[in-house]
Design a binder for this molecule. Structure first.
Ligand code: ATR
Length: 272
């Protein structure tokens, strides 16, 4: 990056979380700012004390903040307003500073739904969601919003049950997968994520005639995605969700349309 472009009027955006050392958000947002010649810069801050960090956002007048693990839930306590869907999901991954008012949004769900809707209409589709953590929660609310027929399967069945009762959908243990015939299979567990790239949540022979979406984006092509491709399934890599959620953040912070192709390219180059 060329530091000479930073001036006294440069707007600052940042990611806050812990850990953040391996975050790709600075790369993707700075590339997008540069492409559109916007006087913005994006940094990563490792934050342990969230309330103080949010006071810092106000005091230093940061324009936008990306919020990551472990702060996505607690951050809602310190904002001035939170959009309805983020309230329902119970997590905020994006903060916009609108003339001193801090507004919370969730672009994880919309990033995932945008990626799915580019490939398939969601209404009434039999959809299995593997996992019941934060990411599953955001995507499940999005799927319900689009009237998909959702079943949540999780290693810890109790967690699947709790989420399913909020959403009024079916649930069960991971073993139920093998007796289901979904139109869409979405992996939100961390199985297959770097460095354990040999792991997969689903046996290859099960992956037939369905759309397979893995939210894991490192590696770009997880074992699940590779095996789904080999069996002729339509696939969506986690990269798409990552790029979309970042593009939606960028649009909130700058009011400009995000250069999605470029954002995808810089992440692919980094992860290849
Ligand atoms: P995130 O916020 O990214 O969704 P999370 O809240 O830690 O992360 O959720 C991780 C999900 O991956 C959980 O559903 C977890 O299952 P449990 O609820 O049983 O812990 C699932 N998961 C992680 N490792 C797993 C493994 N080895 N086998 C099966 N599921 C796994």
């Amino acid at each position: 990056m060329n530091n000479n472009t930073i001036t006294a009027t440069t707007k600052l955006c940042a990611i806050i979380g812990s850990p953040v050392e391996h975050s790709l958000s600075p790369l993707i947002h700075n590339a997008a700012f540069k492409q559109l010649e916007l006087n913005y810069v994006f940094l990563a801050f490792k934050v342990e004390h969230l309330e103080e960090a949010v006071m810092g956002i106000r005091a230093l007048n940061l324009k936008g903040v990306s919020v990551t693990i472990p702060h996505k839930v607690e951050v809602m306590d310190y904002l001035d307003d939170v959009e309805e869907v983020a309230k329902k999901i119970g997590a905020v991954n994006t903060v916009l500073n609108q003339e001193g008012r801090l507004l919370g949004y969730n672009t994880d769900w919309s990033g995932a739904i945008r990626a799915l809707e580019e490939k398939i209409e969601l209404k009434n589709k039999k959809t299995i969601l593997l996992g019941a953590g934060g990411a599953a929660r955001a995507i499940a609310f999005g799927l319900k919003e689009k009237s998909a027929d959702v079943t949540i399967l999780n290693r810890t069945v109790k967690k699947a049950e709790m989420l399913a009762s909020e959403l009024n959908c079916q649930y069960g243990g991971l073993e139920l997968l093998e007796s289901s015939k979904p139109d869409i299979l979405i992996n939100t567990t961390s199985l297959g994520m770097y460095p354990k790239v040999g792991d997969t949540p689903v046996k290859k022979e099960f992956l037939k005639d369905m759309l397979v979406f893995d939210i894991v984006y490192n590696p770009l092509k997880t074992r699940l995605i590779r095996e789904a491709e080999q069996n002729g399934c339509t696939t969506i890599m986690g990269l798409e969700m990552f790029v979309n959620q970042a593009a939606l953040q960028f649009e909130l912070w700058t009011g400009r349309k995000a250069p999605v192709e470029l954002m995808r390219k810089v992440v692919v180059e980094k992860l290849l």
